[in-house]
Design a binder for this molecule. Structure first.
Ligand code: URA
Length: 211
């Protein structure tokens, strides 16, 4: 598994403003969008391309196009939706699938409550959007699900991660070179309610303003 915490002042600045509890929802949404675009730039470094010919007004030259099958972007409901446009802006030909994952509070198992994905992901590069990597349970299940459908590789983009969640992902996929993780920040720890500290609170609530 390749893990990259994107080290750039523009990323650090946007993460700082997202953390501020006084940042209102509209600004939070806008900054999430901008931050995802910056992270997507790194996340798509290994996107598969093919060589094409481009006719400029002056000459014919070599260019590139995204290879087929096109990448698939999968926001994890609900908070991952706030990251969708920032990603598709950079990869406009990508297809979009949806995964809804939630924790059963009694068993603590992760259940898939919604799924709208192509049945066959053979050869697809998949980009998973989930703002907060807290315990890691959701991402581990999502990655498992996508590989079971045949995904070629899975790149997860998260705004903030906790070391505990990262450790669980390393345990599950540390040896798998088809899993990549792109982070805006790696924080200190999880609290007793599995919130990331210092974090930014509940990303879904901050984005959409309702619980
Ligand atoms: N999900 C969130 O939205 N925030 C956290 O801190 C942890 C999980």
């Amino acid at each position: 598994m390749r893990v990259q915490v994107v080290d750039h002042p523009l990323v650090a600045h946007k993460v700082s403003v997202l953390r501020d509890k006084n940042t209102p929802s509209p600004v939070f949404r806008q900054l999430t969008d901008e931050l995802v675009t910056l992270l997507a730039y790194e996340a798509t470094r290994d996107v598969k391309t093919v060589e094409i010919q481009v006719q400029t007004p002056v000459a014919t030259t070599k260019g590139i196009a995204f290879a087929k099958p096109t990448p698939l972007v999968v926001p994890i409901l609900r908070a991952g939706l706030g990251m969708l446009e920032g990603m598709t802006r950079l990869v406009p030909t990508a297809e979009v699938g949806f995964l809804g994952m939630a924790r059963n509070e009694e068993t603590l198992d992760i259940i898939t409550y919604a799924e709208r994905l192509p049945a066959d992901l053979t050869g697809r590069q998949v980009f998973v959007l989930d703002p907060m990597l807290a315990t890691g349970g959701t991402l581990i299940e999502s990655i498992k699900f996508l590989f079971a459908r045949g995904a070629a590789d899975v790149t997860c983009i998260c705004l903030i991660a906790a070391p505990e969640g990262l450790a669980r992902l390393e345990e599950a996929y540390g040896d798998n070179d088809k899993v990549h993780l792109i982070l805006g920040a790696l924080d200190e720890k999880l609290d007793e309610n599995s919130y990331i500290v210092p974090g930014l609170g509940d990303a879904g609530d901050r984005l959409y303003g309702v619980a």
